[in-house]
Design a protein around this ligand. Structure first.
Ligand code: DQQ
Length: 541
């Protein structure tokens, strides 16, 4: 993967070449994980005639490729096989619902099932003869170019299946609800499960699932009960980001009532960097009970560079996802299996990182590493006061990037850094004083790509998130998964995630890439923990 391919990843999922986008139909069946994905077999750029690539794994780390599972073959998908989901029917039989682009370029919904249930890899899929199951038409008034991405279906107490499909009406996004008692005949419910109250544009890839109160365990998509809250995620085509809401699902009225009102710019996101068209599934591989999130991370390079390197798009490391104990947000953490790739380990003893200093962490393959660091702040006097008009964390991070000296921070990691620091990606915190008595301190997490590459053709947008953590009571932790051209960072044990794509020209491969800890604030910071591992290469496709 080195040589002329310095940006290929070593433990993030990608096909051997060409274009990949959305994760499709992830599931576990008989101990085998399946990942399907939007794939253009002909080019390193997207094409409307995409198909479903397919790989399987027993550990979510190493992947075996299979032939494409779904590709154009019927009138109802002859112009493309777009995103969709799997549902495991009673008896353990998985089926796929996906969007086909039909002969008239309409978006329609199709059904497919495994040809041979005794094939553990479910390599061949048979399409239902009477596809499509659902079409946009004059009666239902659904727009034929805004009708896609069926979710995993869930079973209501009335014995009927429910599924949501992404759409828009007059610029307002909606998740249209359909019901069925046989998975073949579907009827639109009177009301959508949820719809926007203003112009949001198209909602893609809706996902709807239960989470447990005060537990990190996951539950089946059809579970409900008193200890359960619901999550609705939609992918905003316009921004493009994955936003979610936590709320109550009323199974009688079939509506979702979010705790904090409709979607707004400040709504919660899975990831404050690049992460889109994500999808979860329930994993109950013995003895586990967890919900796992897959998300697509596209390139930040130009299409010309993508064509040159011959590929585009990776999947983020699958993340466990659960409701935070506050009940107000979700928490995400890389699946623990990824730790099986950890090799050489570096540990630093407790030390003080004085204001203005940079410390190298050596002895690692810094282009391919897993880094965990914890900071301790003992004196908050130097924290700057946050201007109350500064409400957008991404804007604060780009105005106050890693080079801007502060009081408490910026402090954090310089990853994929060249030896002379001509290139680096800075993942860091700043701590501000809040401007009212209810908010004592505000913790800002940033991923600054400004200096990530000497190549100016890349998108180097800075990303940022507020982290709901009290730096007085808790140590402030940060974990970054570094893999050649991707940096996935998890703040405060997974309360805020930021994923970035970077293309260093000097800090490439293990010989040239370095890792540093830095503190560009005036106040000293304690490092209570630093553990870093070289990561081994996974076997991927
Ligand atoms: N990608 C698919 C669509 C979906 C979009 C097409 C989201 O089904 O809406 O490749 O990235």
């Amino acid at each position: 993967t080195s040589g002329n391919q310095p940006y290929r990843t070593s433990y993030h999922f990608q096909p051997p070449k060409n274009w990949m986008n959305d994760p499709n139909g992830p599931m576990l069946r008989l101990g085998i994980y399946h990942l399907f994905y939007q794939y253009n077999p002909k080019a390193a750029v997207w094409g409307s005639n995409v198909i479903w690539g397919h790989s399987t794994s027993t550990d979510l780390v190493n992947w075996t490729p299979h032939d494409p599972a779904i590709y154009p073959s019927q009138q109802s998908d002859i112009n493309g096989c777009w995103s969709g989901s799997t549902t495991i029917l009673p008896g353990g039989h998985p089926v796929i619902l996906y969007t086909g682009i039909d002969t008239e370029n309409r978006q329609v919904q199709n059904l497919a099932a495994p040809k041979n249930f005794s094939d553990p890899f479910l390599r061949e899929w048979v399409k239902f003869k009477h596809n499509p199951l659902l079409t946009p038409n004059s009666k239902n008034k659904i727009n034929a170019t805004y009708f896609r991405d069926p979710s995993t279906a869930w079973l209501g107490c009335d014995g009927n299946w429910r599924v949501i499909i992404g759409s828009q009406k007059k610029e307002r996004g909606l998740a249209i609800l359909f019901k069925s008692n046989d998975f073949v005949h579907w009827e639109e419910a009177e009301k959508p499960l949820y719809s926007a109250n203003k112009d949001t544009g198209m909602w893609e890839c809706p996902d709807f699932y239960p989470v447990l109160i005060k537990s990190a365990l996951g539950i089946d998509t059809s579970s409900n009960g008193p200890d359960v809250r619901y999550v609705l995620k939609v992918s905003f085509f316009r921004t493009p980001h994955d936003y979610y809401m936590i709320g109550t699902y009323n199974p009688d009225k079939d509506i979702f009532i979010p705790d904090n009102g409709p979607f707004k710019d400040s709504s919660l996101r899975y990831d404050y960097g690049k992460f889109y068209a994500s999808k979860t599934f329930f994993d109950n591989k013995y003895p586990l009970h967890r919900r796992i999130l897959w998300g697509w991370v596209n390139e930040s390079s130009s299409a010309i560079d993508d064509i040159k390197k011959g590929w585009s798009g990776v999947q983020a490391i699958p993340r466990s996802i659960w409701l935070d104990k506050s009940g107000k947000q979700l928490v995400q953490w890389p699946i623990k299996e990824i730790e099986t790739l950890r090799g050489t380990q570096i540990e630093l003893p407790y030390q003080v990182l004085s204001g203005g200093s940079v410390l190298e962490v050596s002895g690692l393959t810094a282009a391919q590493a897993d880094v965990v660091i914890s900071f301790e702040i003992s004196d908050f006097i130097k924290a700057e006061v946050l201007d109350p008009s500064w409400t957008n964390p991404q804007v604060i991070c780009s105005r106050k990037d890693a080079s801007v000296k502060g009081g408490l921070g910026p402090f954090g990691l310089l990853v994929l850094a060249s030896e002379g620091l001509q290139e680096y990606t800075a993942v860091f915190y700043r701590i501000f004083k809040g401007h009212n008595k209810y908010v004592k301190y505000v913790v800002l997490m940033c991923s600054d790509q400004n200096r990530s590459s000497l190549n100016q053709d890349n998108d180097k947008t800075t990303y940022g998130a507020f982290v709901d953590v009290d730096p007085v009571q808790e140590k402030l932790s940060l974990r970054s998964l570094i893999d050649h051209s991707i940096v996935e960072s998890f703040g405060a044990e997974g309360k805020a995630c930021i994923t970035a794509r970077v293309y260093p020209t000097l800090a490439i491969n293990d010989a040239e890439a370095h890792l540093y800890v830095f503190n560009n604030g005036t106040e000293n910071i304690g490092i209570t923990r630093l553990s870093a591992w070289s990561m081994k290469k996974a076997q991927i496709n």
